[in-house]
Write a protein that binds this ligand. Structure first.
Ligand SMILES: [Cu+2]
Length: 660
């Protein structure tokens, strides 16, 4: 099918306005396996486990969800960049600092791309990284605990979309600025964008838990940088980034950034960057950004960084090359052999596939069509390996099955197109419902994909689930890719906008799960190691409640001597040393979320009572037959009433200092 540019733009506009169900109206086969076949293919019998852990980005929920495949069952939400009331993430004293940024406390973000750590180009199940788009950050989540351990802010960046894509041995995750901004950012006229606003590609050290940091940044022309993928095999040592808006437009980009036939993929030789940095070719720039991490005491700390290393391509020859790529490229994906660099030109009528080998030869032969800001632009014809014809409308992203086939999403025509990496011919296609963005094959961007399933991450979902008011469930679809023909097996809803996902065979993570925190290793300075040590202390208007929880009571469970105007810190230690026995804590009228405390851990809730009275507190997580009895009372007296601090459980109250 050949369409004029205006027809394509028209279809894009239709899709953008939410009527992107074009392909489902056509007469193509629906690709649905027979009902019985599909049901049995995704059925996980009671007592059995799913085959894969799938990590789904939470999109604008700012979190990460963990689902089982093939069942599509939601297993857990891991809070990352957004406060999460279910377990107190970002509310309690131990985790608040994780949401600190150079702009202050940020309660929310938008998370798009989970990325598993890799060893030798294969996901290894140690960590998963994910980006914050709005206030640029990258988080590391530890997959023994399914907990966010570290968050690094990215300076000189605005709109951290193209991140965190990882190199084959987890040396770096990268982060690109979607929005070019002045560097350093400053007050200036937006009309002076061209030439003054700059792009930035950040290389972040990823392989040292607790010490993520920006190793170096590369300053680029003021385009929008979109996505990235690392080379592998022969192309290991290179990173590829898509860009659009080579027009350097600053208004109405839907028109003004689509004028040229080709934008660029930037190919960066990051081993060369390391050389240039070592040789002193980079400069150190002042920059304020924070690094938040959980220490051995499981308490988050936030450290302000003051400078960053920036490399200018004009000061480091042979660092960056531009690969011309039609048209407004979105995704860039490197096949398992590392030989092909596949672009998703969202307005292109073909899928361009660049050859790494040809790229290196073209660089050696200086087959340049020009130079932009000191960056050579290679000749398209010199580097192209092939163009996939009839790839569907609006190709965005490609993943691979490891058997010589690539699978590309077509956003506008709502389909997934399978094509051969040998012939560049389409061999199969299947409609999806509707407007698919990313797709995910477990390990599908790695050197050795587990090419059994494909998950389509769709943007629109009308007619697929029971309606739920104006906002419908978000949609993922599971497709069997083990045979010659793709088969649709399952629709399953997801949390937030399911932007991208990654998955790994369950057995690579299953046996590494932490079951509890050893109480003897609890290093929280307010940990209470046994009920005998429970107490209440006052220093001025600060009251610390050193509390324990065990089935089915708190110690203390009666507290007096709290006054209006006090800051009361409930430090609750869960004394259980048993898997699957968290306790919760909440107190009447508190202005924050509950505590959810895992066995052996301590979590702290700050409470500022505002009026006298009796305040019950209770365990929020059903923990035993007598869970409902797991409760207590706090007496709050007027300011300066002189009621002495007193506490106890099951006997007479112990008295401490009165307020003065
Ligand atoms: Cu309980």
């Amino acid at each position: 099918m050949k369409l004029s540019t205006s027809a394509r733009l028209g279809l894009l506009t239709i899709a953008l306005f939410g009527i992107g169900t074009w392909a489902c109206q056509t007469s193509r086969s629906t690709g649905v396996a027979s009902t019985a076949d599909a049901a049995s293919a995704v059925y996980v019998a009671p007592g059995e486990y799913d085959e894969f852990y799938a990590f789904m980005s939470g999109g604008f929920s700012g979190n990460l969800t963990v689902m089982g495949l093939p069942s599509g069952r939601l297993l857990k939400t891991v809070p990352v960049f957004s406060q999460y009331a279910e377990n107190g993430w970002g509310y309690n004293e131990e985790t608040k600092e994780m949401l600190q940024t150079s702009y202050g406390f940020a309660a929310w973000d938008d998370s798009h791309h989970p990325e598993l750590s890799m060893t030798d180009g294969v996901p290894d199940g140690r960590w998963i990284f994910i980006n914050a788009n709005n206030t640029p950050r990258i988080a590391r989540i530890d997959l023994t605990e399914f907990e966010t351990k570290e968050i690094l802010e990215i300076p000189n960046s605005a709109g951290n979309h193209g991140s965190p894509f990882i190199t084959p041995n987890s040396e770096y995750v990268v982060a690109t600025t979607r929005f070019s901004v002045p560097v350093p950012n400053r007050d200036m006229s937006i009309e002076e964008y061209a030439g003054n606003f700059k792009g930035m590609l950040s290389f972040i050290r990823a392989n040292d838990p607790g010490n993520m940091d920006v190793a170096f940044q590369i300053i680029m022309p003021g385009y929008n940088y979109d996505l990235a993928h690392a080379g592998k095999g022969p192309s290991d040592g290179w990173m590829f980034f898509t860009s659009y808006n080579v027009e350097e437009a600053h208004t109405l980009l839907e028109v003004n950034a689509s004028k040229r036939d080709k934008d660029f993929i930037a190919a960066v030789d990051w081993k060369r960057a390391e050389e240039c940095v070592a040789e002193g070719a980079a400069r150190t720039m002042p920059a304020r950004y924070v690094h938040n991490y959980k220490g051995e005491d499981r308490i988050a700390r936030s450290v302000m960084k003051e400078s960053v290393t920036v490399l200018d391509p004009t000061a480091c020859a042979r660092l960056v090359y531009f690969l011309p790529t039609p048209k407004s490229p979105h995704g860039v994906d490197v096949d398992p052999t590392g030989r092909f660099i596949v672009a998703g030109g969202k307005l292109a009528t073909v899928i361009p596939v660049h050859s790494f080998e040809k790229m290196i030869a073209a660089i050696a032969a200086e087959q340049f069509e020009g130079v932009v800001d000191g960056i050579p632009v290679l000749q398209y014809d010199a580097i192209i390996a092939g163009e996939v014809q009839d790839p569907g409308l609006g190709p965005l992203h490609t993943e691979f099955d490891g058997r010589g086939f690539a699978y590309t999403t077509a956003f506008i025509s709502s389909e997934i197109v399978k094509w051969s990496l040998e012939t560049f011919e389409v061999v199969d296609r299947i409609p999806v419902y509707y407007s698919v963005g990313h797709l995910m094959i477990p390990g599908g961007d790695s050197r050795e994909p587990w090419g059994k399933y494909l998950v389509a991450l769709n943007k629109m979902t009308k007619d697929r689930y029971l309606p739920t008011g104006p906002e419908l469930a978000h949609s993922a679809q599971l497709i069997d890719i083990s045979g010659d023909k793709m088969r649709l097996l399952l629709d399953f809803p997801t949390m937030g906008e399911p932007h991208y996902a990654q998955a790994i065979p369950a057995e690579l993570i299953l046996d590494k799960q932490l079951r509890l925190y050893r109480l003897s290793e609890n290093r929280n300075p307010f940990a209470t190691m046994g009920e005998g040590a429970a107490k209440v202390t006052r220093q001025g208007r600060r009251v610390d409640v050193h509390m324990t929880a065990i089935r089915s009571h708190f110690a203390p469970d009666n507290i007096e001597g709290i006054e209006v105007g006090d800051s009361v810190f409930f430090h609750v230690t869960n004394l259980e040393q048993d898997w699957d026995v968290p306790h919760g804590f909440a107190v009447l009228g508190m202005e924050t979320a509950e505590l959810l405390i895992m066995p052996g851990d301590t979590r702290t809730l700050l409470w500022r009572p505002t009026r006298p009275g009796i305040y019950p507190f209770y365990c929020t997580d059903f923990c035993s037959a007598l869970h409902q009895e797991m409760q207590g009372y706090v007496r709050v007296s007027p300011l300066n009433s002189g009621v002495p601090v007193a506490w106890g459980t099951g006997g007479r109250l112990t008295t401490g200092q009165p307020a003065n």
